[in-house]
Structures are given as C-alpha cells and as structure tokens.
Write a protein that binds this ligand. Sequence first.
Ligand SMILES: C[S@@+](CC[C@H](N)C(=O)[O-])C[C@H]1O[C@@H](n2cnc3c(N)ncnc32)[C@H](O)[C@@H]1O
Length: 404
Amino acid sequence: MSFSDLRFIIASDVLLACLFPLAILFLGYKHVPSFSFSELKDLLLLGRRKTRQYGHFSLERAHESYAQYARLAEQELSLMRKSYSTLGRANKNIGYRIGYPRKLDRLKDVTDLNATIPDGIAELALEEFPSLKTKDPVAAGSADLGRVRESLKHFVRDWSEEGAAERTRIFAPILDLLRGVEAQERGGLRVLVPGCGLGRLAWEISQLANELSFFMTLSLRFLLSPKTTTVPNEHILRPYAHWFSHQRTNGSLFRGISFPDDVPRLSSTFRLVEEDFMKLKPSSSNAQGEDRTYLSGYDYVVTLFFIDTSLDVLSTISHIHTLLRPGGTWINLGPLLWTGGAQAKVELSLEEVLQAAEEIGFVIDRSKEGLMAQRTVECEYTGDRNAMMRWIYKAEFWVARKSK
Ligand SMILES: C[S@@+](CC[C@H](N)C(=O)[O-])C[C@H]1O[C@@H](n2cnc3c(N)ncnc32)[C@H](O)[C@@H]1O
C-alpha cells in the first residue's frame, strides 16, 4: 500500500465508519457491565438495525423477556454494587458493618433462585410454541423486566395463600352474586372474564378466561401444564426482593412465597382465549358444545380491574354490550386508573362512565342494598402485606343489565 493510499484511508469516511461502532462498544462497555450476544449484534448492525416487529404484549416479546430475566436482573444488581462502591471510605465502612454488601450478595442468591421460575416459563413456552425457536431476538424488541416482575407478582395475587386476603375482598362481591343464581341455571351459564390476568377469578367461576398479554398467559400456562406444575405450593418465588423500598427487615424483603395454593387445569368449563378482547365475536345463537366463544351471547361478562386499561373505554363498554345476550349482565369491579402507556381517547370520571354505559344501552342496578347494590370496595392490587406502605384503591362495584 502506497503512502497516498494510506493517507486516503485515514482521511476518508471508511475509517470513520469502522471506528464509530468500536467507539460505541467501548463507551457502552464502560457504562453497562455486560452485553448479550444479541445486544452486541445490535450495536454492530448500526444503521442497518432491524426494528421490533412484534407488539408489546406479543408472545415473542414476552418469551424474550422471560428468557432474559436472569441476565437483566444481574445487570441491575451490578449497577447497585457499582453505586455502593462509590461511597466514601467512612460510609462504606458503615455499610459494611450493617451488612449491606452481604445484602447485595443475598439479592444475587435470591435472584438466581427466582430465575428458575421465568426460565421454566420460557422453556415451557418454547415447547408449546415451537415457532419461538426461530424468532429473531432483535425483532422481538428489548426484553421488559418490569412486565415480567409484574406478571410474577400475580402468582401471589391470584395463586398464593399470601394473596388470599387481597383476593377475597374483590372476588366476594362477584362470586356471591353468581352463587345467587338458581342452582339448575348455574351449570349452563356462559361467563366471560376479559383481561383475566393469571386467571384465578375465571377459575373460581370456572368459565371462559380471556387475556391479551402473553406476559400473563405464559405464566398462567406454567400453572396449567402438568409438565411444570403438578401439586399445590410446589414453586417458591421471592417477589419483593428486587425493590428495597418500604421494607422493615431484610427477612421480609427476601421472603419466599409458595404457589399455587390450588392447581388449575383447563377443562370444558375453564377455557383460555389468548387474544384481544375487542376481537372476540358475539356468539351465534345455534352454536352448541365445545366452541363457547361463539355462542349466542354471554350471560355474564365480569370485568375486574379491566375497563380502565383500555385506551378507548367507550368501545370497550360497547363491546361488552355486544357480547352479552339480551338480558345479560355486566359485573364490574375496579378503579379508574386511566392507563399510563399512551393517551386514552377519553379519561372519564365514575359518573361519566356510568352515564356512558346507560347511553350504550345498559341499565345500571340502582339498589341501595343487597348483592346487586353499587358500592365502593377498598382493596389492594399486588400489595405486599408486610411493607411500610399500602396503596388502597376505592374500587367501584356495579351490576348492569343489557335490555331484553
Ligand atoms: C390491571 S390487569 C388486571 C388483571 C386481572 N383482572 C386482575 O384483577 O388481577 C388488566 C389486564 O387486562 C389485560 N387486557 C388489557 N386489554 C385487553 C384486551 N383488549 N383484551 C384482553 N386483555 C386485555 C391486560 O393484559 C392485563 O392483564
């Protein structure tokens, strides 16, 4: 190579193009302690990077997130260690004497133990959805540790003895009402529970559960499959370990909670539809037997902490109305926490929601007393009962009928 060739290369964009990814790699390495292969690939593909092809709640993204749980949690812990290491000498000594480094070591151990659950969920998903074996992790989008943790907390809310008090408060008004239906009639009831989360309420009612997010359904599948769950309380999760706030003791922070207190299985009376509730069809009047999704209309639609997760609550209420048979009943219990993810089309007060329901064609039960009475139910949502704080919802319970 001649001197002028060399001078050309040094002065040209070619060198810059080669050095740029290396510089980013170097800077990235300084700030993020470890890279996965897919992240490295991502960095080196600068400019030609594929974009995420799957939705936030898709099977692919949920699977990728469960599969990456251990690595992401480990990364978080590295940041905590790094932060501790920046303490001055005197404060580091205090930290040492109160056992803070040991607490971080304990978090490492607990994270490894916790990882067995998401790893198991990811493995089962691979078996149940073989298409995942060929998924491109870049196209699945970045793994979402927060959503994995939120779903894991639902094991406690829905399927642990620890969560029984939280559940009882919100399930009781709904189950008491359904128990009030004549025994002969009860067996034939068609009940839809949209946005069922990990499905406990639908299981208690023994009917059709519907859920859009694969973060939830992959966890539910982990309970439903005899390959991963066979007996009550066979799994242990330390669901609060990663959040050091509001804890009285480290014992409480790292405590394990066993689940499931009951082992659910799908059956002709407990079915799961993994799709957008808005796409569920009103049933045709003469369909019989197995395919209950498409029967002539549900006798009940039960929404628990659901309607406010919609970006278009008016369409959601209209769709509940469409799915019910004439004379069918909508039971709702939940808050009005208009979703933070994106701008909702409307953000209504309770008064407005009820007025809108009437506009759509519902008759709200206005009894002052009894099982149907509209009332406020104070309750929690995946609360830690030992924590130094409580988030109390004043959720609203109402019963509305579609006119005959
Ligand atoms: C706040 S969570 C409540 C879960 C459960 N009902 C409970 O109380 O534990 C709302 C759930 O609704 C689901 N969801 C939201 N929009 C949905 C839709 N269009 N179709 C089906 N599920 C949906 C979410 O994925 C989420 O799991």
